[in-house]
Ligand binder design. Sequence first.
Ligand code: PMT
Length: 403
Amino acid sequence: MMGLESKHIILGVTGGIAAYKSAEIVSRLRRLGADVHVIMTRNATEFVAPLTFQTLSGNQVVTDTFQTPENWQVEHVALAQLADAFLVAPATANMLAKMACGLADDMLSTTLLATKAPVFVAPAMNTGMWEAAATRENMSRLQARGVKVIGPGTGKLACGDVGAGRMSEPAEIVEALQAYFAEGEDYRGLRVLVTAGGTRERLDPVRFMTNDSSGKMGIALARAAQGRGAAVTLVYGAVTQPLPEGVSCIPVESARDLLRVMEKETPRHDIIIQAAAVADFRFRDASDQKIKKNGQHEITLVMVENPDVAEAVGRLKKAGQTLVGFAAETGHLEENAEGKLTRKNLDLIVANDVTRPGAGFNTDTNIATLIWRGGRQEMPLQQKTELAGKILDRILALRKEGR
Ligand code: PMT
């Protein structure tokens, strides 16, 4: 990906335990050639000393600690105008609320209000705060104004809770900025429909058959397309990841649910990317009551074929639409994937050999071969977030060729 030479990035650091990770963000941005200016809130200085950011950025750090409101009037305008991008990381619930309301009561919020640069936020907070109705409303308002949200991820939080609210990793945050500058908003005006996660086929009210899909690949694609300006719809089955903010999300359970949604949504989208792991079979005799043992020592469950959703979408394809499928294979990767490319009327297929370490289901990384009529491209081991960007690049290249 591109460097960030000559880009002026203003980094706002607010008071959360994740503030220490922002030091790595500054180092990474500097290594890419960016000119970084840090503004810290008073609370942030309790977590990390301004000198750390001053040393890493090579620029004077602006804090509220010893500066008077008179200084803000001068400095906030200068930094707001200098910014090519404004990043707030970590962004606490409090700072997001101030931004949503347009409050300007410290150096950071004042500069944010004054800037015309694109604003990115990397939220970090306790799961309860992230899920609170007030935060949800604030996030919707900010996104409606074009603020780009990076993360948060899920995991163990500093407070001991496990859930959404953990600040995204510095590498992911910096990649989002790089992607913005590299691609600009080359998906603006395009409507992208993405499927993610595993479908579930019910046996009875308490049992179902599913697969290991986490939704990471599909969600990375939805986020990347949104970051590049697309209007994105995400149709998701069982996923382990937080859903992207600002994307229209439609939940489904079974392959037949997915089919119903896709038949409705396909006609109003330009690009359809099917990364979901869809069950090929379902139970013929699913019960609406819990199945009891009744003294039996074995039972026979009969499965019947599910509709192939991608094939159905392929039949709906109109001029100007680009259809992308995935192939999860355990052998004969390219041969099987090419068969699916033709049978499902796809323009591009992303073939992953799910037996390879670091590829396929429930990993942060993938290894894939992109196959289209007349071409292929190997994608060595890389983060799914990175692969998602390259798949989007290939889709645009195919569309430019009129496919
Ligand atoms: O979600 P992750 O944990 O990140 O894992 C990512 C992934 C491994 C799920 C993803 O990379 C992937 O390979 N997704 C496709 C899984 C799959 O169902 O592959 P398939 O080869 O069985 O199907 C081929 C294509 O047809 C897929 O686009 C699939 O969505 C679609 N399909 C399959 C069966 C079916 N009945 N209907 C379908 O639409």
